[in-house]
Design a binder for this molecule. Structure first.
Ligand code: FAD
Ligand code: EPU
Length: 345
């Protein structure tokens, strides 16, 4: 375990943004983490997983700690379920494949999401009708030399939300996560695109592998591969609006797409609105809006974090001007700024 100085973070963030960490180290277990937190006390600390949900806007004047805690363990079985604990540093998609191979159901719709296990509860990752909330059992986290356990209720999951982004922001290091998976899978193909893709693939009998393959195929057709073009997935959330407001947006944009929530409010497809405002495929310097999915901002090569951030503000402003909708529920990434790292709203 070695603390390095003045390290480029470019290889550690999927946007491929250049910024330096004053200090940088990796840890493989709780003991190493505990020792590292005593290094130069008072320095701000940033925990890094796969770097697929961050935007670096300047050098980080603190200690960046890369979580590399590994291991996947089947804890026990109980009726319909198997309880599986994974180290925070395990790659998420490899974990999904591990579950599929063993016939454990619940995470197959979340195939191919970049990043690591430890970040999965941070924003309650979700895709194709499933989110972590559906399979989460508990997690262990480290806070000021003490280990705590968080149950599902403690995590206060919401749409791309958890307690770790709000009241416990920057306070806990997630060490491992236990998922409650089904021994006999129940398939969730409620997301229309999955059904269409399964049909296209000619699948007659559903299996974990078939659902996973369908999700992978849809994702590959829409989302840019960070190894080819820098990005952090959706940069914008789909905002929820009261039904009345949805109707008034409809006056200006009759084709606007929205999905009704249980309470009657509407979740707007922000990607559609952004596209209508002409941003899809837009490029300014090396910052741009992806040509297949306008929720995703991209770095074509040497964009700076601030250029990506300015573009996001321009987009939000233009949607506000065109639709009359003042979009507050916006960015879902974090920005490292000076002493702080915040989720932006
Ligand atoms: P990082 O970017 O390393 O960290 C994100 C935040 O979590 C930071 O605040 C960091 O400090 C904190 N953090 C990370 N690990 C820990 C830990 N162990 N303990 C405490 N804090 C920690 N997300 C979705 O929900 N659904 C999608 O469909 C989706 N698609 C994507 C597609 C692409 C192409 C890309 C690039 C991203 C996509 N994302 C998606 C976003 C991203 O993959 C997820 O948010 C992922 O969980 C981030 O994991 P990470 O390990 O890379 O986190
Ligand atoms: N749409 C457009 N234009 C666009 C993008 C989308 O018209 O540029 C329309 C689509 O045609 C569709 C609707 O908007 O009618 C929804 O599109 P899609 O199914 O692609 O989903 P999304 O809302 O754009 C969300 C998540 C993704 C997740 C997918 C699948 C958010 C912020 N994003 O995207 O998550 O993979 O659904 O479940 O909720 C991420 O969080 O990083 C991410 C990629």
């Amino acid at each position: 375990m070695q603390v390095q100085e003045n390290i480029s973070l470019r290889p550690y963030n999927t946007f491929g943004i250049e910024a330096k960490a004053r200090f940088f180290a990796a840890f493989n277990n709780l003991e190493e983490l505990a020792e590292l937190t005593t290094f130069n006390s008072g320095l701000p600390i940033l925990i890094l997983g796969g770097g697929s949900n961050i935007l670096l806007t300047k050098d980080y004047d603190g200690l960046v700690l890369k979580n590399e805690i590994k291991g996947i363990t089947e804890l026990h079985e109980d009726g319909d379920y198997v309880y599986v604990k994974a180290g925070a540093g395990e790659n998420w998609h490899q974990f999904v494949l591990h579950c599929i191979e063993r016939g454990w159901g619940g995470v197959e719709n979340l195939s191919l999401i970049p990043g690591n296990v430890g970040a999965s509860p941070m924003q309650n990752i979700g895709a194709y009708g499933v989110e972590i909330d559906d399979v989460f059992w508990d997690l262990e986290a480290f806070h000021l030399r003490e280990k705590s356990t968080f149950t599902k209720g403690d995590c206060e999951f919401g749409y791309r939300e958890s307690v770790f982004k709000r009241k416990h922001k920057g306070q806990f290091v997630i060490l491992n996560v236990t998922y409650q998976l089904r021994r006999k899978p129940r398939f969730n193909t409620s997301y229309g695109a999955i059904r269409q893709e399964l049909e296209k693939m000619g699948v007659k009998n559903l299996s974990l592998r078939a659902v996973s393959d369908a999700v992978i195929s849809i994702r590959k057709s829409k989302l840019p591969d960070p190894a080819v073009i820098g990005n952090a997935g959706s940069f914008f959330k789909n905002p929820t609006v009261p039904n009345g407001q949805f109707q008034s947006i409809k006056n200006g944009f009759p084709g606007v797409i929205g999905y009704e929530n249980i309470d009657g409010s509407i979740k707007l497809a922000a990607g559609w609105l952004i596209e209508q405002c002409g941003w899809k495929g837009y490029r300014k310097g090396d910052a741009g809006c992806h040509s297949q999915q306008s929720l995703v901002l991209v770095n074509f090569g040497n964009a700076e974090g601030n250029e990506i951030f300015s573009l996001s503000e321009e987009i939000i402003d233009s949607v506000r001007k065109s639709s009359g909708y003042s979009w507050k529920e916006k960015l879902i990434f974090i920005e490292i700024a000076g002493q702080r790292f915040n989720y932006k709203y």
